[in-house]
Design a binder for this molecule. Structure first.
Ligand code: 13P
Ligand code: SF4
Length: 310
């Protein structure tokens, strides 16, 4: 790419020319967030993908999110700037192993967290996101037996909130598992007025200390509406860009990881760059496809989620 090229202007021009829309998750690089037509959490992004009238969806996020967009809008072209942008949580649940696990619980319904492959969604009764997991579980009768996967931390949080006994798959997100309870305690002591806010993919020991737990959109809204001026944020660092934009007078401190060499960046989310976004929209590549039989099976559980969340 010619270094003198104004990528922001070029992407805007190409977007118009191709009737494309750029949907970006909060964990994306700030430059990508700034050029996106819509920025949101996984739920907001699915709702947007279902209703857009663009011909092309450029998904600035990870593979399972682009797959979800394709399942909801199969007639549209869905592009992902880097096809290798995966997810450790999704990887922790191979569909073949999950199918065997499911066989052990024939009278259970299957709720899957959206952070999983299209194949796994096709094996589910309802999909959920971190924003609506509690609501989805509560929408089912109290005596309904439920398998919840792949995130054991979100699953444990939902089980606690709803008082239900969920059968959990043993998966986790590599980013939300690195927070250190001890280091968070230390930083809380140094900033006694700060609110500690956390994503429900964090471990229970971290969630126990939180003043507020929510999806990325939930966390962002909390920082806007809460009068506190300091927040310690236990989730991927990308969300801090929107928090700072919305509340320039407030201070946001990324929660410290357990190892000082680690950071709160998701290596999968951060595979997408402005340069790759430009090339992707210019060349209509790489495209995310899902086999039609999987699309048809996965549509129902996702649509069921969207109906319950409406
Ligand atoms: P939400 O978008 O539901 O906040 O989940 C965060 C996440 O881990 C996405 O990969
Ligand atoms: Fe997956 Fe975690 Fe990255 Fe989200 S932050 S995409 S759950 S690895």
């Amino acid at each position: 790419i010619d270094p003198s090229l104004d990528l922001f202007a070029e992407i805007k021009r190409l977007k118009k020319e191709k009737n494309a829309v750029i949907l970006a998750h909060y964990y994306q690089d700030p430059d990508i967030q700034d050029i996106a037509d819509y920025i949101g959490d996984s739920l907001g992004l699915s709702q947007e993908a279902a209703k857009t009238d663009a011909d092309v969806i450029v998904f600035a996020g990870v593979h399972f999110m682009a797959e979800t967009a394709k399942i909801l809008s199969p007639q549209k072209k869905v592009l992902l700037p880097d096809l290798k942008a995966g997810c450790s949580l999704s990887d922790s649940c191979p569909p073949r192993l999950f199918a065997k696990f499911k066989e052990k619980y024939p009278d259970h319904m299957v709720i899957t967290y959206v952070n999983c492959t299209a194949e796994l969604k096709a094996m589910s009764d309802i999909v959920c996101t971190s924003a609506n997991a509690v609501k989805i579980v509560e929408s089912l009768p109290k005596d309904q037996k439920i398998i919840f996967g792949p995130d054991k931390n979100l699953g444990a949080y939902v089980a606690k909130k709803t008082g239900r006994d969920l059968v959990l798959w043993n998966g986790a997100c590599m980013v939300h598992e690195i927070f250190s309870q001890q280091k968070i305690l230390k930083i809380k002591n140094r900033h006694p007025e700060a609110m500690f806010i956390a994503h429900p993919e964090c471990e229970e020991s971290v969630l126990k200390m939180a003043d507020f737990i929510g999806s990325t959109t939930g966390l962002l809204k909390y920082t806007i509406n809460n009068p506190a001026t300091e927040f310690i944020v236990a989730t991927e660092s990308g969300i801090i860009h929107q928090m700072e934009k919305a509340s320039p007078d407030k201070t946001f401190i990324p929660a410290p990881p357990n190892n000082s060499c680690a950071c709160n960046d998701c290596p999968h989310m951060k595979r997408n760059t402005l340069e790759k976004l430009y090339l992707c929209i210019k060349n209509d590549l790489p495209e995310v496809t899902v086999p039609m039989d999987i699309i048809l099976k996965a549509q129902k559980p996702i649509e069921r989620m969207l109906e319950i969340s409406a």
